[in-house]
Write a protein that binds this ligand. Structure first.
Ligand code: ADP
Length: 623
């Protein structure tokens, strides 16, 4: 026998499990059954494909034994099993990302009841057994190996592993129930729990128990074994045979979610290709979707035999929040990973599935659609950039903030509002940045407001800056970044501008000389109404269009030299134009440049100089 120390996180987790109060503890059974079912999946595959196992007379099953005398439960399967190494690694550590955060979350809720549903979500399913027990043994033998091992834990910081004898491959988990968990010794209760959570696990689950009955006037104990589930894979059934609750439970038990799915899409295709798919969209985005090592959510089956849940591209990467099953009738069972990636059959299923999913999303009712957008708008944008085949559909779905409406708008609604305005070019205007508030007050917007032109406010800079320029067109409307285009011409302002340029010629010259290479140019403008100055990129500068490219390559985009524009109708600029105090004008040049930069969410040219200038100006005023 060897003793091992749990990984720190596991130790912490176990302490919480054994000492906290839980609502809904029964889900430990769902977690153990789900593990057993996975183990059967894996052996099922070997049994069908590996010469070594083909001849074995094997009938997959899960057996739950209720032992009232002993006060224990055991859950057995004749699946793939675990060897010594597997037991130590799988049950002594948690490999999943986000575990730390999860434990912290649990610790916070210490005083109140902890929702047990949280547990499965983080791939710590097995440990949920410590909600109902503080003495657990796992006896297991791996298929194809000679030795069997026992893992033993009392929920403290250590566990033991020793060699034992076990006839056939598979795993038995023996659970001595805590005093406050004796309700799980009621076989009827156990059967109800199985019906509730595991009815459509594709393997038979038997419950074995003893019951006192009367026979010839005497009380006798009768040993019973009963099938507790339908054992029919849900996705192979007809839609009209399946209730909403069954769909929901199937989702929760297979993908360990706290909440019901937002929606699901169940398809059966017949014809040149024969396959079934069942996809779910989680109500809350899975925690790891923005991590490079995200867990794929779609499982591949061939003729109801589980093949893999490790393939990340059964659907396009941007749909990585989708959970579900693809079950093909046409693929060979021994399809290898390399083949998977370029398989024509799978490629066809993938393509059809994406269309189904996107069309389904598009047609969600408003409440569900809004929830969807709240969780997944960003991934839809990712799709716009990567999935050219479905760009139009994705552009139908994506939502943006806008200068003209509260909340979010679709592109179709934007066009609808704009299309009948006089002289309106077929252009979708947008402004990109990090901060919604700054964007909404950007001086660049003023000319559009004056002309009653709607501008989309894109404040997810990291994504929008790359994706939006790549959109090109939607329904013949061209996407235009207002920071890189000429402002809309304000009525009769051509003449006016010429006049202003003349009037402010000397002021502009002083500004230019003073600011030197800190600006690309200084100009008088009519695009502003409220602000005194603004900065805009020079649209003729090739760097502007290269910025997005730099970002895509993961490089810091170079600083673009900006043009300082002065509002020719502002009282302040007019006053500066007439004053004889040249020093004051020079100071004002720097302050107007910095305040314009700040208004766009940029850094001032020099923070130290800016603060000096402001203080010196103040002291002049006070004198
Ligand atoms: P998860 O199932 O989310 O990976 P668990 O903590 O429930 O997390 O299980 C950890 C691992 O232990 C599983 O991934 C699996 O490899 C192994 N395991 C658990 N139960 C069994 C079982 N009955 N048979 C074979 N392997 C198992």
């Amino acid at each position: 026998m060897a003793k091992y120390q749990y990984q720190t996180e596991v130790g912490q987790l176990l302490k919480l499990m054994t000492h906290s109060l839980y609502s809904n503890r029964e889900i430990f059974l769902r977690e153990l059954i789900s593990n057993a079912s996975d183990a059967l999946d894996k052996f099922n595959y070997l049994h069908l494909t590996d010469e070594k196992f083909k001849s074995e007379d094997w009938k997959p099953k899960i057996t739950i034994k209720v032992d009232t005398k002993d006060g224990s439960l055991s859950i057995g399967d004749n699946g793939i099993g675990m060897n010594e190494q597997d037991l130590i690694e799988n049950l002594g550590t948690i490999a999943k990302s986000g575990t730390k955060a999860f434990i912290e979350q649990l610790e916070k809720s210490k005083d109140s009841k902890i929702d047990s549903n949280l547990i499965g979500q983080f791939g710590v399913g097995f440990y949920s057994v410590f909600m109902v027990s503080d003495s657990v043994e796992v006896i297991s033998k791996k298929a194809g190996e000679d030795k069997a091992y026992k893992f033993k834990s009392d929920g403290s910081g250590e566990f033991e592993v020793s060699e034992v004898v076990k006839e056939s491959h598979g795993t038995v988990i023996y659970i001595k129930l805590k005093d406050d968990a004796k309700e799980f010794l009621n076989a009827y209760h156990i059967k109800d729990i199985i019906k509730k959570y595991s009815n459509h696990i594709p393997y038979e689950i038997y419950v074995n128990y003893t019951e006192k009955t009367e026979k010839d006037g005497k009380e006798v104990e009768e040993n019973k074994t009963e099938l507790a589930n339908e054992a029919k894979a849900l996705w192979t059934m007809n839609k009209n045979e399946i209730s909403d609750d069954e769909y929901k439970e199937f989702y929760k038990s297979n993908w360990h979610d706290v909440s019901d799915p937002l929606t699901w899409i169940h398809t059966s295709a017949e014809g040149s290709l024969e396959y079934k798919t069942l996809f779910y969209i989680p109500e809350v985005a899975p925690a790891d979707i923005y991590r490079a090592d995200f867990e794929p959510g779609v499982k591949l089956y061939v003729k109801r035999v589980f093949i893999t849940d490790k393939e990340k591209e059964l659907l396009p990467i941007y749909l990585r929040f989708v959970r579900g099953i693809i079950d093909s009738e046409d693929l060979p069972l021994n399809v290898s990973r390399e083949i998977l990636q370029e398989n024509r059959i799978l490629a066809n299923i993938k393509q059809a599935s994406v269309k189904k999913i996107l069309n389904h999303i598009k047609k969600l009712d408003k409440e569900k659609f809004d929830k969807f957008i709240e969780q997944y708008n960003r991934l839809i944008k990712e799709g716009i950039f990567t999935d050219h085949l479905n760009k139009e559909l994705l552009l139908d779905i994506v939502r943006y903030k806008s200068s003209a409406v509260e909340g979010l708008t679709s592109l179709a609604d934007y066009i609808e509002r704009e299309k009948d305005k006089k002289d309106r070019k077929k252009e979708v205007y947008y402004i990109v940045g990090e901060d919604e508030n700054i964007l909404r007050h950007s001086p660049l917007l003023e000319a559009y407001k004056l002309n009653d032109i709607e501008v989309l406010i894109l404040d997810d800079k990291e994504v929008d800056e790359i994706v939006t320029p790549a959109i090109g067109e939607y329904k013949e409307w061209k996407f235009v970044d207002i920071a890189t285009c000429e402002p809309p011409k304000i009525k009769e302002n051509e003449e006016e501008l010429k006049g202003l340029e003349k009037e402010f010629e000397s002021l502009v010259k002083i500004f230019k000389d003073e600011l030197g290479d800190k600006v690309k140019d200084v100009k008088i403008t009519t695009r502003l109404s409220e602000s005194d100055s603004c900065v805009v990129p020079d649209s003729s500068d090739p760097l502007v269009s290269m910025r997005a490219m730099f970002r895509q390559m993961g490089q810091e985009a170079p600083d673009i030299p900006l043009i300082l524009e002065l509002n020719g109708k502002s009282e302040l600029i007019k006053a500066l134009n007439t004053t004889s105090d040249v020093e004051l004008v020079k100071e004002a040049a720097w302050l107007l440049l910095d305040s314009a930069r700040l208004a766009e969410g940029l850094e001032p040219v020099s923070k130290i100089d800016l603060s000096k200038r402001v203080t010196s100006l103040l002291s002049k005023l006070v004198k």
